[in-house]
Design a protein around this ligand. Structure first.
Ligand SMILES: [Mg+2]
Length: 353
């Protein structure tokens, strides 16, 4: 069985691979993808864009940075809301890399954020409107005090690192994922899928198989308010998988286009279940459809990368992947957490980022 370290590397790098593979075909109908790339669709990085990541991976890194800072600077006893604030401030730093000057961020906050020193992040990669608007509002969104009614996939596509922290049990990961998405996305179907994703990742890290991890997450989902839309989407994905029909893009299009969070997660769950032993197969299937290919690719890459570990990600996807060294730094940090210690925290004190 893979150890947590291999899984965390797999999750972060896998997400970036799915993002980079899907980016050139986002918005493109399936027919035009086939015309351009051949019968299998896009299976390798586009020759022109290469392994170029998008806002999905950028924001995932800023989620990771916010959590690292929370871990480093806040005492264990501090409230969950302080940890969310740390991620919020990290997102404000992402906004700076997109060319904005947000309120609510101090020089000290900027100094603390290591990603602001990464030149390659100062690049706009089709950032989501909801993320930009919410972060520019000067306010932070909470599940009990939502900023809007957005259910776009911008909350879930950046939430995977919420599954890495081992401060408490998996209910904590669920809540953390949800709250991180609610910073910008106020509709329950915008933030609940992020809770589900974080919970799936945490359970995979704890050694559960994929179906058990999904079922455990659904169990927690059902305890949340207004869970029905997200639940139905995932349930439809499970039914499609259980029907035994071959993995194909028509089923994916029935699940939706992935622009909304619950659809993006459902597509990722469907593709992951159908490719539990084959990272490439799952990610290729997840990007070749007429919807939000980079986000569905990123989430599928997160799940399959966590499940199968870094070694399952082919070299030709790792080679040329933009910012892979930065991504590895964060994987390294989280992989040093002690996952064998029941619900507790044991941190190496030295800071490695
Ligand atoms: Mg994107």
């Amino acid at each position: 069985m893979k150890n947590p370290e291999e899984k965390i590397y797999g999750c972060l790098i896998g997400g970036a691979v799915g993002d980079a593979l899907g980016a050139p075909v986002e918005f493109k109908p399936f027919d035009s993808i086939i015309t351009r790339y051949g019968a299998q669709g896009i299976t390798r990085y586009d020759a022109q864009t290469g392994g170029k990541i998008t806002d999905d991976t950028q924001m995932t890194l800023f989620t990771a940075e916010g959590l690292v800072n929370a871990h480093k600077y806040f005492p264990k006893e501090c409230k969950l809301s302080d940890k969310i604030l740390s991620v919020y401030k990290s997102y404000l730093c992402w906004l700076i890399t997109q060319g904005y000057e947000p309120d609510g961020i101090t020089e000290e906050d900027k100094e603390m954020n290591k990603l602001l020193k990464v030149k390659g992040l100062y690049s706009r990669r089709a950032p989501g409107e909801t993320c930009l608007k919410s972060l520019m509002s000067g306010k932070i969104g909470w599940t009990h005090l939502p900023l809007n009614r957005s259910k776009g996939c911008g909350g879930v596509m950046r939430a995977a690192p919420a599954g890495f922290v081992n401060w408490f049990n998996d209910e904590f990961n669920f809540k953390l994922g949800m709250d991180i998405a609610a910073i910008t996305h106020g509709h329950p179907s915008g933030y609940l899928p992020a809770g589900v994703l974080a919970c799936i990742i945490r359970n995979i890290l704890d050694g559960k198989n994929l179906m058990d991890s999904i079922n455990r997450s659904l169990e927690l989902l059902k305890t949340k308010k207004e869970y029905d839309v997200t639940f139905l989407s995932i349930h439809t994905a499970l039914a499609a998988y259980n029907s035994g029909d071959k993995l194909n893009w028509r089923v994916i299009e029935e699940l939706g286009e992935g622009w909304t969070a619950e659809e993006a997660l459902a597509i990722a769950i469907y593709c992951s279940l159908n490719a539990q032993n084959n990272f490439e197969k799952g990610v290729v299937m997840a990007v070749n459809h007429g919807g939000d290919s980079d986000s569905t690719g990123a989430i599928t890459g997160n799940i399959l990368g966590a499940l199968l570990g870094i070694d399952a990600i082919p070299e030709y996807y790792q080679n040329g992947l933009e910012l892979i060294d930065v991504i590895k730094d964060y994987a390294d940090y989280f992989s040093r957490l002690d996952y064998n210690r029941e619900g507790g925290e044991k941190r190496n004190e030295e800071m490695i980022l």
